[in-house]
Design a protein around this ligand. Structure first.
Ligand code: OFO
Length: 183
């Protein structure tokens, strides 16, 4: 079981993860509109990753006998200045998510909720990867500067990113992750 306090905090985090998915699909749409199909692909893959993050929390709440409550998702921006602007905003958002996960870990420790503390370790590791990916792309964009030919090539490279996380959760998230070889 989880406490009412923890249930509320995880429901809040489900909303944060769904907002992440919303934000990255908004970035994907803006990239597609501007002809940056590779970056559009990269952000759409990210959208799927965020849906997995949300649904993994969703399943955990249910598994622990809690009640999932879906809250209103705020509207993300529709316009971004450049790929650099998007990735800087992505990194800032991921740093915010890392902080939120850290606060959940602190709450689990305070409540001596060992099961949730262990469950959250997956997210702690995931956040390291998320921030690293964004830092790498920001570094690539810095190298490119205003070279549009190089941006064209980077966009082509981002078109190769594949969705490796499961996207069908009808049989459960953990089962889908195992079937995809990811858990
Ligand atoms: Fe991007 O890690 Fe979830 O939100």
């Amino acid at each position: 079981m989880i406490s009412k306090n923890m249930e509320k905090a995880i429901n809040g985090q489900i909303n944060n993860e769904l907002y992440s998915a919303y934000l990255y699909s908004a970035m994907s749409a803006d990239c597609a509109f501007k002809g940056l199909k590779g970056f559009a692909n990269w952000f759409m893959v990210q959208y799927h990753e965020e849906m997995l993050h949300a649904m993994k929390f969703y399943e955990y709440v249910i598994k622990m006998g809690g009640k999932v409550r879906l809250l209103a998702i705020k509207e993300p921006p529709a316009e971004f200045k450049s790929p650099m602007d998007m990735f800087q905003k992505t990194l800032a958002h991921e740093q915010f998510i890392t902080k939120c996960i850290g606060e959940l870990v602190e709450l689990a420790k305070k409540e001596k909720d060992h099961a949730t503390e262990v469950f959250l370790q997956w997210y702690v590791t995931e956040q390291t990867e998320e921030e690293e990916n964004d830092n790498d792309i920001i570094a690539q964009l810095k190298l490119i500067g205003s070279d549009t030919a190089a941006l064209y090539l980077l966009d082509k490279e981002k078109a190769t990113r594949l969705t490796t996380v499961p996207t069908d959760f009808s049989k459960g998230v953990e089962a889908a992750m195992k079937a995809a070889g990811g858990a």
